[in-house]
Design a protein around this ligand. Sequence first.
Ligand code: SF4
Length: 156
Amino acid sequence: MSLGTYLRNHPRLLEWAYDVTHRVFDALNPAIAKIGYARADAWLRGPEEFGKKLIFDCRMCGQCVLHSTGMTCPMTCPKNLRNGPCGGVRINGNCEVIPTMRCVWVQAFERSQKMALYGEELILINPPVNRQLEGSSAWINMLTGEDVNVPKGWKS
Ligand code: SF4
């Protein structure tokens, strides 16, 4: 088992790390705004991709929802579903598209049950993914509010 899989299967450390990082970014937001969000994005996106790829197999969607999906990246679902499983989950809990792979949403549910801080957020509806944010830093998009900008007419 890889380190990333181990950590995701024991998500309390990850959600604690998310919580601390979130607070640090919030505190630093005025300074980051002065530096400029575009410049901060250019500095941050590389390290963010490196770390998240290692632990979450991150696809750099730019709208990170890990804390509300059981610390399981929804973009690793072959259908990129961000609000629960499709109707094709196999009886053994594996994926319809890749039969040897555990369904991302089965994993998200199982892991959310082990979480202490954010597990209940699994039931929240996530906005549709904005492909224009792909490749950018989700932390910076969180500070600017870009991560919750949704297409016109979309309602939760
Ligand atoms: S939700 Fe997006 S930013 Fe977060 S780990 Fe998955 S691809 Fe990366």
